[in-house]
Write a protein that binds this ligand. Structure first.
Ligand code: PEP
Length: 240
């Protein structure tokens, strides 16, 4: 059985001093973790984190990657650049990027493609808004978002990680019930099975106000292979 993957998403939080304290405390408290661990940090801190997590069980992650290889794309960071800092994972299609930066399914699919081409594992985020859930469109939306990535990445699809993050649960303190989360994970799992005979390898994470109190129950679901943790990843005891 594959190990669970717990990935922290620091979002736009941190400072040189705070990062050092946080990572050193995590490393001190973590021992040999029973799961895989990743931290997705702001790109300006990648060099600092590269040094802090070197040789540890923490895999380094970015929060975004350019869909382009190189060139006139001011403000963007390429997959090759991320690899220079030993980055292993990158989020793609986080709902905050879809919402505030207009990232479409096609852009997200291209970003996942670039990440894979550079040897990074894209953590592809999908999820419905509250309006979409209330309109009974949850399944349609997450399948459409994932289909774009499957279509662009063909046989490489077993190399991705998927994160189901209902938009209404991100940073709101509202968590999907275990039944709601498991139901969507099962849908995504069968979509991945239809696309790849290696789909069992793919981690499908739950994200959306996961915390110390609700993680165990969510992680006990058969199709929940880990968590993408925002706010609680900034608090040492909660993340541990
Ligand atoms: C996230 O940013 O991906 C996330 C799940 O945030 P939070 O845990 O704070 O809801």
């Amino acid at each position: 059985m594959k190990k669970k993957l717990i990935a922290g998403n620091w979002k736009m939080n941190g400072s040189l001093a705070a990062n050092e304290t946080l990572v050193k405390s995590l490393l001190a408290g973590m021992g040999t973790p029973a799961c895989q661990v990743a931290l997705c940090v702001p790109s300006v801190y990648l060099a600092q984190l590269q040094a802090l997590v070197a040789g540890s069980a923490i895999g380094l992650g970015a929060q975004d990657v350019s869909a382009h290889d190189v060139g006139a794309f001011t403000g963007e960071v390429s997959g090759a650049m991320l690899r220079e800092f030993d980055v292993r994972y990158t989020l793609v299609g986080h709902s905050e990027r879809r919402q505030y930066h207009g990232e479409t399914d096609a852009v997200v699919a291209s970003k996942a493609q670039r990440a894979l081409a550079c040897g990074l594992t894209p953590i592809v985020c999908v999820g419905e808004t509250l309006a979409e859930r209330e309109a009974g469109k949850t399944e349609e939306v997450v399948k459409r978002q994932l289909a774009a990535v499957i279509h662009a990445n063909g046989h490489c699809i077993s190399e991705i990680v998927v994160a189901y993050e209902p938009v209404w649960a991100i940073g709101t303190g509202k968590t999907a019930t275990t039944e709601q989360a498991q139901q969507v994970h099962a849908v995504l799992r069968s979509q991945l099975h239809a696309a790849s005979n290696q789909a069992d390898r793919i981690h499908i994470l739950y994200g959306g106000s996961m915390n110390a109190a609700n993680a165990a129950q969510l992680l006990a679901q058969p199709d929940i292979d880990g968590g993408l943790v925002g706010g609680a990843s900034l608090k040492v005891p909660d993340f541990l």
